[in-house]
Write a protein that binds this ligand. Structure first.
Ligand code: AMP
Length: 439
C-alpha cells in the first residue's frame, strides 16, 4: 500500500517523503481514510505504531484550504514531552502549508503561548492543566475547533486528568470530529469514549514488536543491592547503544541517575519533579547520545518515541504485565535486537508470574555471584528513605493526596516555580542530577 491512495495535497506528500515514510503503517492505513471521511475514531494503539501521523496527516489535509488563524484542531496529550513530540510531527508534516501549530503545557512561561495565540494558530497540542488555565484566565476560545484528538487517554486517566478533560470539553463545539487513542481500554476509558464519540469507527493496532528480537532476563536481587547490581552489569556487560532504566518513583529515578553519574556514566533522570527545561534537556540528550543512560519513571517516559534503545532495564518492575510489554518494546525496534533485563525481588513473585503468563513462556533467570534475592518480604529500610520535607502549615497532608495524577499535577506546579527561580536551565553539572551528567 502507498500513501498515494489517500490523495494528499502535494505539500503533504513532499513532507511525507522528506520524513522518509515509504508506506503507511497499519494504523495509518486504517485510520487515515476514516478520519478523512469525517468519522469519529476509537483507536486502541500505542506509541510506536505511527499513530501521530495517522491523525496529523488527515487533520492537515482538512485544514489546508481552511481560513488561517482560528484554532481548528486541538490535540490533548498527557505529558509535556509528548505534546512537544506531537507538535514536532505536525511541524514537519505541515511544512509549506502555512498552518501554524503551538504546544501548550505548564512548567514554562505563558507569554510565548499567549503571543502565539495573538499571532493566530490553527492547531494546538496541549496538556490539560495549562490549556484550562488559558481557557479560564486568558480568554482562549475553542469554539471553532472541528477536530479534537485525545491521545494516550489511559495515561491521562492514570494521571487524574479526566475531570480537566471534561471541563475542556465544555469549551468545544458539540458538533465536531473526535478521535480518541488509548493503549488500553479499561471501563473508564470506554466511558469517556461513550461520552465524547459519536458512532465511532474502532481500530485496534498491536505494536508490531517481535518480542523474540528482544532477549529478556530476570535478575533475582535484594532491594538494597539493586543499584550495585546495575553498576555491575553496566560495567561487565556494556551494550552498544543506549540504556533506558525504569524506576517506580520520581525520587528513585533522581537518586539512581545520581549514582550512575557518580560512577562515571553519562546519565540523566527523566521524572515529573524536574522543570520542563530539565526534562526536555534530558530527553534531547538521550536522543542525541549525550546521555547513554536515561533513568525514567513510567509516567515521564510513556508515549515518548525514543528509537534505537539497545537495552531496557526494569530496575523496579511495573505494576502490570502489560506495562512490562510496553516498556521492553522500547528496545528491539526497527528489526534490531535488544535486551531487556529486570531486577526481581521477593515481593515481585506474583508480577513475574503474570508477566510470564502474558508472554506464554518463562523468562530466563540469571543469578550473579554476590547478589541474591532476599528470602522474605523486604521493607524499605527507614534510613534509605527520603527524609521528610518540612511541611508548610497550609499544605495538605501527604495522605490527602490520593492519585498519582494529583501528584503529577502538583509537580507541574512545582516545575513552574523552579523554572522561575532557575538561572540557567542548560547549565551542565555532574553535581546536578537533574541536569547533565558528565560524558
Ligand atoms: P508514533 O507512534 O506516532 O509515536 O510514531 C513512531 C515513529 O514512527 C515516529 O518516529 C515516526 O516518525 C515514525 N513513523 C510514522 N509513520 C511512519 C511511516 N509511515 N513509515 C516509517 N516511520 C513512520
Amino acid at each position: 500500500m502507498s500513501f498515494k491512495q489517500f490523495g494528499f495535497k502535494s505539500q503533504i506528500t513532499n513532507n511525507i517523503n522528506n520524513c522518509g515514510y515509504e508506506h503507511p503503517t497499519p494504523i495509518q492505513e486504517e485510520a487515515i481514510p476514516k478520519v478523512m471521511a469525517g468519522k469519529d475514531l476509537l483507536g486502541l494503539a500505542q506509541t510506536g505504531t505511527g499513530k501521530t501521523a495517522a491523525f496529523a496527516l488527515p487533520i492537515i489535509q482538512q485544514l489546508i484550504d481552511a481560513p488561517r488563524g482560528k484554532i481548528r484542531a486541538l490535540v490533548v496529550a498527557p505529558t509535556r514531552e509528548l505534546a512537544e513530540q506531537i507538535n514536532q510531527s505536525f511541524i514537519e508534516l505541515a511544512k509549506g502549508t502555512g498552518l501554524r501549530t503551538v504546544a501548550i503545557y505548564g512548567g514554562v512561561g505563558k507569554k510565548p503561548q499567549l503571543d502565539a495565540f495573538q499571532r493566530g494558530v490553527d492547531i494546538i497540542i496541549a496538556c490539560p492543566g495549562r490549556l484550562l488555565d488559558h481557557l479560564n484566565n486568558h480568554g482562549l476560545k475553542l469554539d471553532k475547533v472541528d477536530t479534537l484528538v485525545l491521545d494516550e487517554a489511559d495515561q491521562m486517566f492514570d494521571m487524574g486528568f479526566f475531570p480537566d478533560i471534561r471541563r475542556i470539553l465544555k469549551h468545544l463545539p458539540r458538533k465536531r470530529q473526535t478521535l480518541l487513542f488509548s493503549a488500553t481500554m479499561p471501563a473508564d476509558i470506554r466511558k469517556l469514549a461513550d461520552e465524547t464519540l459519536t458512532n465511532p469507527e474502532e481500530i485496534r493496532i498491536k505494536l508490531e514488536q517481535p518480542l523474540d528480537l528482544i532477549s529478556q532476563a530476570l535478575y533475582p536481587v535484594s532491594k538494597r543491592q539493586k543499584s550495585a547490581l546495575l553498576l555491575h552489569i553496566l560495567k561487565k556487560e556494556p551494550t552498544e547503544g543506549s540504556t533506558l532504566v525504569f524506576t517506580r518513583t520520581k525520587y528513585g529515578a533522581k537518586n539512581l541517575a545520581k549514582k550512575l553519574i557518580k560512577a562515571g556514566f553519562s546519565a540523566s533522570a527523566l521524572q515529573g519533579n524536574m522543570s520542563q527545561n530539565q526534562r526536555q534537556n534530558a530527553l534531547n540528550g538521550f536522543r542525541d547520545g549525550t546521555f547513554s543512560i536515561l533513568v525514567a519513571t513510567d509516567i515521564a517516559a510513556r508515549g515518548i518515541d525514543v528509537s534505537l534503545v539497545a537495552q531496557v532495564v526494569n530496575f523496579d518492575l511495573p505494576s502490570t504485565a502489560e506495562a512490562y510489554t510496553h516498556r521492553i518494546g522500547r528496545t528491539g525496534r526497527a528489526k534490531r535486537s535488544g535486551r531487556a533485563i529486570s531486577f526481581i525481588c521477593f515481593d515481585d513473585k506474583a508480577m513475574v508470574k503474570a508477566i510470564e503468563r502474558l508472554q506464554g513462556k518463562s523468562i530466563k533467570r540469571i543469578n550473579v555471584d554476590g547478589f541474591a534475592m532476599a528470602e522474605e518480604s523486604e521493607e524499605t529500610p527507614k534510613q534509605t528513605r527520603r527524609p521528610a520535607r518540612p511541611q508548610h502549615k497550609s499544605k495538605k497532608k501527604l495522605g490527602q493526596r490520593r492519585s498519582s495524577g494529583q501528584q503529577q499535577k502538583r509537580s507541574d506546579t512545582k516545575g513552574k516555580a523552579k523554572a522561575k527561580t532557575k538561572t540557567n536551565p542548560n547549565k551542565s553539572s555532574s553535581g546536578n542530577i537533574f541536569g547533565l551528567g558528565q560524558k
